[in-house]
Design a protein around this ligand. Structure first.
Ligand code: FDP
Length: 325
């Protein structure tokens, strides 16, 4: 079916936002590299069962988790498209232990941290999954090394994610704006379908793994119980898909610390920072339960964090119960 109406393509959007302006000029190329990578990943996700690409590689990643074959394929695809953009100095990836430093060969300006395929446990069962990206600009005159990737979330210049769901949607956030683009499978182009996204003030949903209730401390248990009393539960189990629904419909996602995982489960640099940035640009908030996610000075690339994310008022009231405030 042909695309209806006069819609802006991602290419045109990026061109008018960044390509012709000196500041962040190369950012457009980074975004288009993410878009091209996601187009290729989307094809692999769709075809996986037919081309024998499901299942595990038999290896565990740096997080100690089993690597899915599509995790590995997605990671290679995005490393290639980002490298080819000529604008990326370094890439940090959830699936790769050490950063890929490209600066010497390419001389790019941007640092990209990514979860190339989020929601691994949903890959083999045709449930929505996605890719997540945080984008930083290197400091003026900086020679990029491994430590250059350890920047605070508040320093991101942009963040993006893609959901491979009933349609493929790319959401892009830069200072003060969040827009969504839907992939047209026929042309392979993304078209703007959601402009100026703001998290609705109403919060119909909460998303959390209720199975973890038994390992929460008392105050966190109370916070989850408050959410349970007020809202309907929706939990896909792919952070990116849960977040996308909550961003468009209103809601809060909570993966708090528990008595076995004091540092939480999700990754600060690949998941919490980028989605925290998107949430804040859309009028929402992101917290560990004790502090703003984007203020955390990172200690290491693969660090974990508790995450309370979504509607600002509800994040604040949840945090106040967790922290006993
Ligand atoms: P997954 O391990 O399947 O990749 O990134 C981690 C993540 O999924 C998130 O996408 C998801 O929200 C969360 O873990 C699910 O964790 P639980 O299975 O513990 O609920």
């Amino acid at each position: 079916m042909p695309v209806t109406g006069k819609r802006t393509t991602l290419q045109d959007y990026v061109q008018s936002e960044w390509q012709n302006k000196n500041q962040n000029r190369g950012l457009g190329a980074v975004i288009l590299a993410i878009a091209e990578g996601s187009r290729q990943v989307q094809l692999q996700v769709q075809q996986a069962a037919l081309v024998d690409a499901l299942g595990t590689t038999g290896e565990t990643n740096v997080q100690g988790e089993i690597v899915q074959r599509l995790d590995e394929a997605s990671s290679s695809i995005f490393v290639k498209t980002l490298s080819d953009s000529g604008q990326v100095a370094a890439i940090g990836c959830e699936e790769i232990e050490n950063p890929v430093i490209l600066e010497e060969e390419i001389g790019g300006e941007f640092i990209v941290l990514m979860d190339p395929l989020d929601g691994s446990s949903n890959i083999d069962v045709a449930v929505s999954i996605g890719s997540i990206f945080g984008i930083w600009q290197k400091n003026a005159g900086e020679t990029v090394n491994n430590d250059s990737l350890l920047k605070k979330g508040s320093e991101q210049v942009a963040a993006a994610y893609v959901v491979y769901g009933s349609s493929t949607v790319l959401v892009l956030a830069a200072k003060g704006t969040v827009c969504g683009f839907t992939l047209d499978l026929e042309s392979g182009s993304y078209y703007e379908t959601h402009s100026n996204i703001k998290i609705p003030a109403d919060c119909p949903y909460y998303s959390t793994n209720e199975g973890n209730s038994k390992v929460l401390d008392e105050s966190t248990k109370n916070a989850i119980s408050m959410l349970r009393d007020k809202y309907s539960q929706r939990y896909v189990g792919s952070l990116v898909a849960d977040f996308h629904r909550n961003l468009l419909k209103g809601g809060i996602f909570a993966y708090p610390a528990d008595i076995n995982r004091k540092d939480g489960r999700l990754r600060l640099m690949y998941e919490a920072n980028p989605l925290g940035f998107v949430a804040e640009q859309a009028g929402g908030a992101a917290s560990t339960g004790y502090e703003r996610i984007l203020d955390i000075p990172p200690r290491e690339l693969h660090q974990r964090t508790p995450l309370i994310l979504g509607n600002k008022n509800v994040v604040e009231s949840t945090v106040s119960v967790i922290s006993g405030g």
